[in-house]
Design a binder for this molecule. Structure first.
Ligand SMILES: Cc1ncc(COP(=O)(O)O)c(C=O)c1O
Length: 442
């Protein structure tokens, strides 16, 4: 990109996360400002924010209501511990989130990120079984291709090979994985939930037979896999996981870090699919990306099982200095307020058929190998260049910036998840520009 060197900071000290650091520092893109569905880059160029930040800014950037709530909170109470004292914002936000959640899931534990929230949910699952005298239930079942963040629990349950390769030695020992549900032969270019693949849930029965239900604490899945490229669950699959878990006394955890707070056109994916898990993990959209916040919504009986022993004793030996940080909670309350007031989840639902029709119109564009979608999210797989995996999607990313789109790519998959505030014209324009990008990608 054309850099305005007068304002270029020294790029050497910041060791960037999940980034090819050397490449970035030779070809930097700096984001200077965000307003609505657009970012302004270092050279003054404006780009449409195709992935709502990293799936976390559905309301668009620069929402004055969130800025005002954060400012007010910082001025009134910038920090208070939530160990042994409390402050109103954490209680209010927990109550509000519980009202958004499926019935029965009404106890909220706060963390600061999706990764911490995943680890918290896994610890709650183990502690729950222990509290009920079932101390043998320590095994966690994850799924291939799952992304549950970068904590030790998350990489253990997660199934993205490169995340596990280096750090596998640290991974929890009692973990197994379901097969992932993506099979291009049977579901290429399917719209919404594929009709093939419900039988893949039966793998859970096999894992139960292998390990014995009495050793399994929980199954954790993303109801719709986001980071690995919008992999939508086959019709009936989540229902079947639910049945098997219930039958064997295994907790079912939905990692809704991406799907929580509207991405699938309902409060949570649980409501969209009509499947109620025992715990929901959330992060990202809860504060519209303004302040880090994550957490776990637990079914009341899980919480209650841990409320035993002398009343003055800590029941769950777990928590973070910033669990329920007042500024994060203020941002969360403002975000939910705006979502409710402006009916933005309904809006996401209304935009879904438009996005679906538009992205699938790219089917015949050059290099397109598959397209998947659900809610306000879609992925486009490109055929990799021979001997250069990822190079084609990276080229699309660079051409996207030139053409006014900030795209997200992993491997050779492009993902889009536009802000809920996007207009119909913006969704159409995003796909039209993408078409021109694909026509130019070498
Ligand atoms: C499903 C899921 N779980 C967990 C995480 C980790 O969240 P964080 O990056 O906030 O730690 C992510 C991040 O993309 C995610 O998509």
């Amino acid at each position: 990109m054309r850099m305005n060197t007068a304002h270029t900071p020294d790029l050497s000290a910041f060791w960037m996360p999940f980034t090819a650091n050397r490449h970035f520092k030779h070809h930097p893109h700096l984001v200077m400002a965000g307003k609505g569905a657009y970012f302004t880059l270092h050279d003054g160029r404006t780009v449409f924010d195709c992935l709502s930040g990293l799936w976390c800014t559905p309301l668009g950037h620069g929402r004055p209501e969130i800025a005002a709530a954060v400012h007010e909170q910082l001025s009134t109470l910038d920090f208070a511990p939530t160990f042994q004292v409390g402050h109103p914002q954490a209680f209010e936000l927990a109550a509000r989130i519980a009202r958004w959640a499926p019935e029965g899931l009404n106890r909220v534990f706060f963390a600061n990120s999706g990764s911490e929230a995943v680890d918290s949910a896994l610890k709650i699952a183990i502690a729950y079984h222990q509290a009920r005298g079932d101390a043998r239930r320590v095994r966690i079942i994850g799924r291939e291709r799952a992304y549950h963040g970068v904590g030790i629990g998350g990489i253990s349950a997660g199934g993205i090979a490169v995340n596990r390769r280096t750090f596998g030695a640290l991974a929890a020992p009692f973990v197994d994985h379901l097969p992932h549900t993506y099979d291009p032969e049977h579901m290429r270019f399917s719209r919404g939930q594929p009709n093939w693949g419900v039988h893949l849930a039966e793998a859970l029965e096999r894992l139960v037979a292998l390990h014995d239900a009495s050793t399994i604490a929980a199954v954790i899945v993303e109801p719709m896999q986001g980071s690995t490229g919008v992999i939508v669950p086959p019709a009936g699959y989540l229902e079947r996981l639910r049945e098997i878990c219930t039958r064997h006394g295994i907790l079912l955890i939905f990692d809704e870090v991406i799907t929580g707070f509207g991405r699938l056109g309902s409060n949570f994916a649980a409501q969209r699919f009509g499947v109620t898990p025992d715990m929901i993990v959330f992060a990202k959209a809860i504060t519209n990306g303004a302040v880090p916040l994550g957490g776990v919504i637990a079914e009341q009986s899980i919480h209650d099982a841990l409320m035993h022993g002398p009343e003055q004793m800590i029941e769950l030996f777990h928590g973070y200095t910033y669990s329920g940080h007042p500024v994060a909670c203020a941002a969360g309350l403002a975000t939910l307020e705006v979502m409710e007031r402006e009916g933005l989840i309904e809006r996401a639902r209304l935009l879904e058929p438009l996005l679906e029709g538009e992205v699938h119109s790219l089917r015949d564009a050059p290099h397109v190998a598959d397209i998947r979608n659900m809610g306000l999210a879609a992925a486009i797989d490109l055929t990799p260049r021979p001997n250069a995996p990822g190079a084609r999607a990276r080229a699309a990313f660079e051409l996207g910036i030139e053409s006014g789109l900030l795209l997200r790519f992993t491997g050779d998959t492009l993902a889009v998840a536009p802000p809920f505030i996007s207009t119909e014209a913006e969704v159409r324009q995003m796909v039209a520009t993408l078409r021109t990008v694909l026509a130019r990608v070498p």
